[in-house]
Design a protein around this ligand. Structure first.
Ligand code: FES
Length: 142
């Protein structure tokens, strides 16, 4: 829940509320505060998922982890892969990464942690690959 900043209203504003006052009233302040600081997912102007950074040590070997809008995996020691977390069946987020697969439990599709290819349907297309850049023990994805 977003904190709602307080704003005092003058007696003149109460008597004759302007359109600006209505737009910047409590609801407007709450919305502005939420957009500015509630950590809502963001996207670039092209609609791509927001870039994320995670410590390489947080990605389990032979498995992976959902980080932001991505699934980051480590199929072999020191090799990291990343994919969009949107299941290609109905464009909904996958829910987990098991020891062998990226799993969308909505209808049972599973994907390879190595290359994002479909292991079991109903999805017929693999996950969209994302770029992983390693630096100083961190992985930047996106
Ligand atoms: S949305 Fe993922 S299997 Fe249907």
């Amino acid at each position: 829940m977003c904190p709602q900043p307080e704003r005092s209203t003058t007696a003149a504003e109460i008597a004759t509320p302007s359109r600006r006052l209505v737009l910047t009233g409590a609801g407007g302040f709450a919305l502005a505060a939420c957009l500015a600081g509630c950590g809502a997912p963001t996207a670039t102007a092209t609609g791509a998922a927001a870039r994320v950074t995670v410590a390489a040590t947080e990605i389990p070997l032979g498995s992976g982890k959902i980080v932001g809008s991505f699934v980051v995996t480590q199929p072999t020691a020191g090799t990291f892969e990343a994919f969009s977390y949107l299941c290609t069946h109905q464009n909904l987020p996958v829910q987990q990464v098991s020891d062998t697969a990226i799993v969308c439990g909505r209808h049972g599709s599973t994907y390879s942690i190595a290359d994002g290819s479909v292991l079991t349907g109903p999805a017929t297309k693999g996950l969209t690959k994302a770029t992983v850049t390693a630096s100083g023990g961190n992985l930047t994805i996106g």
